[in-house]
Design a protein around this ligand. Sequence first.
Ligand code: NAD
Length: 485
Amino acid sequence: MAAIAPVQPRMLINGKLVEASDGKTFPIYNPATLQVSAHVPEASAEDTNAAVAAAKAAFPAWSAMGGAKRAVYLKKLAALLRENKDELARLDSISMGIPVATHHYALTAAAHFDHYSEAWATVQGQASVNTPGLVTMTLRQPYGVVALIIPWNAPVHFLGSKAAPALITGNTVVLKSSEKAPLAVARIAELVVEAGFPPGVFNIISGHGVPSGQILSRHMDVRALSFTGSSRTGKLIQEEAARTNLKKVILELGGKSPALVFEDADLEKAAEQTQFSIQVNSGQVCMANSRIYVQKTIAPRFIETFKTKFAAARAGNPLDKETNHGPQADEIQYRNVLKYIEEGKKSGGTLALGGNGKLETTNGYFIEPTVFLDTPETARITKEEVFGPVVIINTFDTEAEAIAKANDTEFGLYAAVYTRDVNRAMRVAKALESGYVAINCTSPLTGVDLPFGGYKSSGQGREGWLHSMDNFLETKSIIMQIDGE
Ligand code: NAD
């Protein structure tokens, strides 16, 4: 493994880069080598409250400054993210194992800061004279202090997609990174200082769900909270918000996304794209197509092509440019995926590829690309999010059967359908219970200006270029009576 420069992550509270107030840290291990990559500050209750207090104090001046001036800071940060993209990729890689060759998140985060730095003038209310004697209007105004809690699978991306719209609309921010991938985010804390943001506007803390995430969820001064992570944690956050100040909560949660492959599909393309969807980031993608339903007539041919392509994933040192298959993020994720594989074997499904962890041979948390065939629809591995390179391939006879199987889940984040019949494509797209439907393509592909979010237990609310600012804006109605009418 290549030599790694020492990393000294700190938190950003009220404009200062700090250790935890009680000096507490937690170790981050490189999941490819099991060596310690860094010791990271664990935000205490005191630190979390200090970050919220700093954001609250900074809010009046930041919200009064106007979008054009706020945009200057966002633009500077976008440029710094681009300049430091290789380092940010390396830091994510040595904390959660993503191959640097597939890490494009500094660029997507920068694109968000750039986009929103131009978007402020589109924040508009409405006006009318429809009520006799009144002029009416609405104002769109920031909430105040906004908390952002992000996951580990693409931390730099989520920092950009959440913080940029929250900040440009005049809110101040406390962002908590994931305990599994805090290193790139801590480096961005330094870039926030370099970009010159006024103290308290953008605070970044690191730590576990408890205490810091939980404190943000129940904090009376946090008025909105945007969360991306598991459905389990999303529910806990919603509960805390309901018990305290009913803060607005936006939830982007887990998935068990189906891809339906009909007999008239471009088989080669369907196999290539569906295997990439479940292979990229070692299957640790919320919208990965972890269930594939293939029409029986073409199943043998599809499965052989799929397996050949999936098995060709290049596992290795994630810092190596040739690697496209890294380890699972940490030991917990690794053991969890192996547990699902063992259950899958017992559930009546047929293991057709992989199924092994590689810890013993490579000294890292690697899991082979794994395929199960004909797994019962009721098995846990078919129903629950595995978050690994593990796919269920089942078959169907009719369109109605395919739709019923695809929808038989508590999740509804992303679904794909492969067919050359345009009428069938639209019938199926309408029938799928999913916030996103791809026709003749699959995740992680998304349309740049579309809303993203889940049906059912995959979340509530939508994010996206044209949608995320709404998540951070209150609407105020004003009426003014006109005398003499
Ligand atoms: P997670 O829920 O374990 O953790 C996410 C974040 O929540 C972390 O920062 C964690 O520290 C924090 N947290 C944990 N307990 C908390 C609590 N009690 N109160 C407040 N915060 C708490 O999720 P994860 O393992 O980091 O991420 C993987 C999950 O995220 C998967 O389910 C995946 O599908 C989902 N995800 C969804 C999307 C989407 O856009 N819908 C995108 C990426 C990931």
